[in-house]
Design a binder for this molecule. Sequence first.
Ligand SMILES: [Zn+2]
Length: 243
Amino acid sequence: VIDGEAGVAHFAANIGWKDLDLREQIQTVLDVPVAVSHDAAAAAMAEATLGVAVGVRDFLFLAIGTGIGGSLVLDGAPYVGAHGLAGELGHVPIDPRGELCGCGERGCLETVASAASISRRYEARRPRQSAASQPTASEVLQRAELGDPDAAAVRDDAVAALASALTTLQRMLDVELVVIGGGLSAAASALLGPLEVAMEARARFGPPPRLEVSLLGSEAGCLGAAVTAWRLLDSLGASATPV
Ligand SMILES: [Zn+2]
């Protein structure tokens, strides 16, 4: 949870940050202006400036990796909500009796549809017979396409959960586009077809959002950080051109 305006990282579960004044600390060391942003928000900004969402006013960037992060752009500007939490689709409840999530709730979207969950759920159905490493989510999706019934069941659960969460988003905000990025983006085309079919089947009140795979892939967050820094320089009236 980031407050970009204040430059404070309020909460980062995976690296243990709590109310860390990130901007102050980095500025002290580097002695240059510093912009602070959430990784998914930076990636959304990159897709809006250089990627697949150029010219789109309303979209969700969904980063599917170890977890599922999300960032909303509404009316052409990032929308973070009252507490910086808007767009966190990974923690939308899908099944109240589902698996325990890292956030402490039960049955969040990311317990079924993150890359880590796809890999883990496949392993639970098909334990390894040897010392081979656990199949990645990309490998599970490939196996599903090749007819492995356990892989297909895990993929179908992920698709159903994503379709449910994205349909809720659509009923609330009617976005034009959903960009799938994050660690799974290279293999996301294997999710996109089934997800489009599932979204279409639920589209009772008009068209579902278009679904696109991130154009910038794993570079999106870094490029978004550069775009965010560039905008900060613009707002400060600096004449320097970022490298
Ligand atoms: Zn959760």
